[in-house]
Design a protein around this ligand. Structure first.
Ligand SMILES: Nc1nc2c(c(=O)[nH]1)N[C@H]1C(S)=C(S)[C@@H](COP(=O)(O)OP(=O)(O)OC[C@H]3O[C@@H](n4cnc5c(=O)[nH]c(N)nc54)[C@H](O)[C@@H]3O)O[C@H]1N2
Ligand SMILES: Nc1nc2c(c(=O)[nH]1)N[C@H]1C(S)=C(S)[C@@H](COP(=O)(O)OP(=O)(O)OC[C@H]3O[C@@H](n4cnc5c(=O)[nH]c(N)nc54)[C@H](O)[C@@H]3O)O[C@H]1N2
Ligand code: SF4
Ligand SMILES: [Mo]
Length: 746
């Protein structure tokens, strides 16, 4: 498998696909992990409690099984949960390690040393919250309530969003937007008038063809999608993978296109050229539902497969062939939108090209394409009207980036920098369940912003790097120890899921809802918190949607029947939520706002001589840096290896397993080395580094110093004009085989 000539177009044989189907049984790592199930559940289990996994943001619903002594034995998937269909991924099963980790934050702490120094004094919750409230009042007196910002992720976020809204501040953002999927949402909203959200509404179970553009399902372990793709492969469906790396998905694909990094828009335009010129697009669908086809047709004339071949390093014949394959199987062809799409700074345009291609194939709103999801949204627990802030993130973002549909982390951070002299200054920040040191690129800028703030509150479960920049650290209980808001996802099956506490919070940790409420009350916002316990909120909400907390504790997940159709009813008029009411192949908004109304290919930076494209992504066993210290998952994967092509290894004289340091185009050197994996699965012009490793927090006893951190190398950031999100893949590295820090250490 490692022996692949990647410059040849690879049509992996049907034998390979049949034999290597990406199943949840068989010999995959999944079954290896599940073999660890030593407890015969029926004999030792006394009770089960419903939970929703927080190890990643697929948020599978499961059951936590406890023995007679209330020891947590196992977490398993909830059979009626449409996110997981009864099966958790290995990370979810290992979620118990998040609870068990002895390195966890245990008590509230207040800073004593300088920022970054990690000297803290343990304090009571009262003292910590009094300190926060006093500081917030100081900021308010000088700069107004608006000068507070909240950066967040995951299910903790909404508790603090509520607090911020009640307080009167609207600077709220998350790396899971600007550093992840905002560009993709913008690309699809511009085209269809609808975004995708999570889980993405891809009807893969009914599809015949799945096209993955860098989307590395199988290493990206988003549960439902791994299962769906596995199903498609078992049914003999076609997977086309476009990736400069021979990913796990590529290994299960009929066609692998080893594209030159950064050139995907050229390929997408050439595919459109073939599909339009050979008249293999869905004519009836395009005629009926789209706007701007003739403009698009003219636009793509110059983007021939021959033109794209020169740019992408693929062959024109392969571009033609794959275009025909996907059109031949349409409309049951999904060109997957991807999820982490913050790549090169023209990402809204790339995802728009993907959206347009799906429209030509007629897959949006069609069986085996994209379905229309539905959501059960219980009303908010009644509360008085929230104050209206004088300004929010929108006031300093929307003018420049019209498709900033959510707060942009990096722009919020810009407003906290000492050199920012405008009227929208950020002076205090809450950072809940997000490690912006690792996840927002240009870390030196982030640090300068953090050091310039009058107050930094970090709410976390672990002593992650970000806690080292806090003034106050608040230890949250893990997801297994708390209630949270209901999971109310958009899905094929409308549903709600309950996360209930499985165990009592360890040490002095507290649930997010409790922390936010206590701060709110001390800030004088008690009218927004007429309830005492979050159970009251949940029970009230659940009763509005025909169930109750009592019932949900027994079933964990409630499924509802769908009210609206899953697909377009082609016998009726269908109106898209765009200016023209049609799928906009030509964007009327973009034309008005001065963005390219149809995607164009723009050249990317080339690697300097002796440097390689730095490609990063996921490893199956970890979620970013949030699990690298988890004892159960650490045992399965201690660190992510740096993938290096044999030719490159030979030039450097590197052996497998050897440690190397990275140096980027701006001279940045990685703090820690990575062990090398020599493999033909990566191009000789790139290296692949899994994200989430190389933590500098010594308090993470297992993962500290394991592997290089990709974020340290991300200094060249290209801002996506439409959204303000960050393109992070314009960085190049060279390898250092000698320890560059040797002299400093000795
Ligand atoms: N360099 C680089 N940057 C990236 C990416 C990349 O691949 N490379 N990926 C991008 C993507 S796709 C995303 S979505 C973002 C995600 O970026 P983040 O939002 O930063 O990532 P998370 O891993 O969700 O958050 C990590 C923090 O949450 C804490 N935590 C975990 N569980 C809990 C909890 O229950 N409560 C509390 N209070 N804290 C908790 C962890 O200890 C850790 O400090 O990063 C983006 N940034
Ligand atoms: N195990 C695990 N699964 C996860 C996560 C996790 O932390 N761990 N995180 C989840 C989250 S929040 C997200 S957003 C998703 C992210 O996962 P995805 O959206 O699937 O993938 P990306 O991070 O965008 O891209 C990684 C892939 O892009 C390829 N690539 C790099 N450059 C290029 C290029 O120029 N063109 C093309 N075509 N391909 C390129 C890389 O080789 C790699 O295979 O994963 C989710 N699933
Ligand atoms: S995909 Fe895995 S880690 Fe993510 S929520 Fe589901 S079980 Fe948890
Ligand atoms: Mo993400």
């Amino acid at each position: 498998m490692d022996n692949i000539n990647r410059r040849d177009f690879i049509k992996i044989s049907s034998v390979a696909t049949a034999g290597m189907a990406l199943t949840w049984s068989g010999t995959s790592f999944v079954s290896d992990l599940l073999k660890g199930e030593v407890v015969p559940l029926s004999e030792s289990i006394a009770k089960k409690v419903p939970t929703v996994c927080e190890v990643c943001f697929w948020n599978c619903a499961g059951w936590a099984y406890l023995d007679r002594d209330d020891n947590l034995q196992k977490i398993k998937g909830n059979a009626i949960d449409p996110h997981c269909n009864g099966r958790l991924c290995p990370r979810g099963t290992g979620g118990v390690g998040m609870y068990a980790d002895e390195d966890r934050l245990k008590k509230p702490m207040i800073r004593e040393g300088k920022p970054g120094e990690q000297k803290f004094r343990e304090v009571s919750w009262d003292e910590a919250i009094d300190h926060i409230v006093k500081k917030m009042k100081g900021i308010e007196a000088k700069h107004g309530r608006e000068a507070m910002a909240l950066l967040h992720h995951g299910k903790t976020g909404p508790h603090f969003e509520f607090l911020f809204e009640a307080y009167g501040s609207g600077n709220i953002a998350e790396p899971a937007g600007a550093q992840c999927l905002i560009t993709r949402e913008a690309g699809f909203i511009t085209t269809y008038g609808a975004g995708l959200a999570s889980p993405e509404p891809t009807d893969t179970r009914n599809a015949d063809c799945l096209v993955l553009i860098g989307n590395h399902i199988g290493e990206n372990m988003h549960n439902g999608h791994v299962q769906d793709m596995s199903h498609l492969i078992e049914q003999g469906g076609t997977v086309i993978t476009v990736d400069p790396r021979f990913s796990t998905a590529a290994g299960h694909s009929k066609y692998w296109l080893p594209i030159k990094p950064g050139t995907d828009i050229a390929l997408l335009l050439a595919w459109m050229n073939v599909i339009i010129n050979e008249e293999i697009y869905d004519k009836e669908y395009v005629e009926k539902y789209t706007y701007g086809f003739d403009l698009l047709k003219d636009h793509v004339q110059k983007y021939t497969p021959e033109w794209a071949a020169a740019i992408t390093t693929l062959s024109a014949a392969d571009i033609r062939k794959t275009a025909k394959v996907m059109a031949g199987l349409a409309p049951k062809t999904i060109v997957h939108p991807g999820r982490h799409t913050a790549w090169y700074g023209d990402d809204t345009q790339r995802t728009r090209a993907i959206a347009i291609l799906n429209a030509l194939l007629g897959s949006w709103g069609r069986v085996g394409g994209f379905y229309f999801p539905e959501r059960i949204k219980p009303p908010h627990y009644p509360h008085p009207q929230m104050p209206k802030p004088k300004w929010t993130w929108k006031d300093y973002t929307k003018e420049k980036h019209k498709m900033a549909i959510m707060g942009i982390t990096n722009i919020v951070i810009d407003h906290a920098l000492p050199e920012y002299k405008g009227k929208h200054k950020i002076k205090g920040m809450f950072i809940t369940a997000t490690n912006i040191i690792q996840s927002v690129p240009d870390v030196e800028k982030t640090k300068r912003a953090l050091q310039n703030l009058d107050l930094v509150v970090v709410v976390d479960t672990m002593p992650s790097e970000i806690t080292g920049y806090a003034d106050v650290i608040l230890p949250e209980a893990t997801y297994l120890e708390r209630y949270d808001h209901l999971r109310t996802s958009h899905h094929k099956v409308p549903n709600i899921a309950l996360r209930a506490p499985v165990m009592k919070p360890r040490w002095e940790t507290k649930p997010g809802w409790w922390i936010a409420r206590e701060i709110g009350i001390k800030l004088g916002l008690e009218k927004y918190y007429p309830w005492k316990d979050f159970e009251e909120v949940l029970d009230w909400q659940l009763k509005q949607v025909g169930t109750s907390l009592e019932e949900m504790k027994k079933i964990g997940v409630k499924r509802y029947s769908k009210k609206k159709p899953l697909y377009i009813n082609e016998n009726e008029e269908y109106w898209f939520n765009t200016n023209t009411g049609k799928i906009e192949l030509y964007s009327t908004d973009f034309a008005e706002w001065g963005y390219d109304p149809m995607p164009v290919y723009k050249e990317k930076d080339e690697a300097p001589v002796g440097f390689f494209n730095l490609i990063y992504g996921r490893v199956p066993m970890h979620t970013f840096g949030r699990t690298t210290n988890n004892p159960n998952l650490y045992d399965l994967k201690e660190e992510g290896h740096l993938w290096v092509h044999p030719k490159v290894a030979k030039i450097y004289g590197i052996e497998s397993g050897q440690e190397v340091w990275l140096k980027n185009q701006d001279g940045k050197i990685s703090t820690f080395p990575s062990k090398v994996r020599i493999t033909q699965r990566i191009s000789p012009t790139s290296v692949y580094l899994p994200h989430g490793f190389g933590s500098k927090s010594k308090k993470l006893s297992r993962t500290y110093g394991k592997g290089s951190a990709d974020y340290e190398m991300l200094t060249n950031i290209k801002i996506d004009p439409e959204t303000g999100g960050t393109g992070m893949r314009n960085n190049f590295v060279t390898l250092l085989t000698e320890n560059p820090h040797k002299n400093i250490e000795s």
